[in-house]
Ligand binder design. Sequence first.
Ligand code: GAR
Length: 224
Amino acid sequence: MAERKGGTKLKLGVLISGRGSNLQALIDASANPDYPAEIALVVSNVPNAKGLERCRQPNIATAVIDHKDFDDRESFEAELDKTLRASGVGLVCLAGFMRLLTDTFVNRWHDRLINIHPSLLPAFKGINVHERAVEAGVRIAGCTVHYVRPAMDDGPIIVQAAVPVHPDDDADTLAARVLTHEHRIYPLVVSLIAEGRVRVASERVLIDDVHSSEETLINPIDRR
Ligand code: GAR
C-alpha cells in the first residue's frame, strides 16, 4: 500500500486528459510545506491538454504519452508504467484521465492507484454522469474517490462528498457544484494515504482516526 517512508513525501503521478482542475487542487495542496505528498510527474495522453499548462509555473515535470502513437493498449500502458516508475511514483492519481486501463496495469498498481469520479458510486458509473443524474431526478448527487479495480469506476471507496440537486439544475450547474467538492476530497484522500491511515480489508476501506460527518443532507426541505 502506498505511503511515505521515514518522513519523505509520497510521490504522486497524476494522469490527466484535459482541463486538470483536480490536478490544480493537488498542486495547490502540495504547495503547503506540511502536505505529506508531492507531485513527481504529470502524464497526459492528450498532447494539448489544458492541465499541462498548470504545471509550468510550479515547475512540475510533465510527460505526454499519446495513446495514438501506440499499436495497442498494452504497449501504451507499458510506456506509462515505465515512465511512472522512472519518476519514483508511489501513488497514481487519475484526474480526469479518460482512457480505460487494462487489468495488467490496474493489478500492477494495486492499492496504489486511485480515481476521482463525479457521482456517488456505485451510482452513475461511466460518462455523462450529470446529465443522467438530472434525468433520473436524484435529489442528492456527489463525488467519490476510490481505489481502482479492473472494472470501470469500480473499487473500494475511500471518501465521498454529497451535494443537493436543485430543481433548476442542468448538467452544467450540477457538475460545477460537484466539482468544488471534488477539489476538496481529492487532496484529502491523498493526504490520508500519504499519512499511512488508509487500509483495504476485504475490499472495504478502513481509515484511522477520522470522524464521520454528523450532518445529514436532506433534500428538499420544506420551509413553509
Ligand atoms: C472530473 O469531474 C472528474 O471527476 C471526471 O472528469 C472530470 C475531470 O475534470 N472523471 C471521470 O469522469 C472519470 N470517470 P478536471 O480535468 O478538471 O479534473
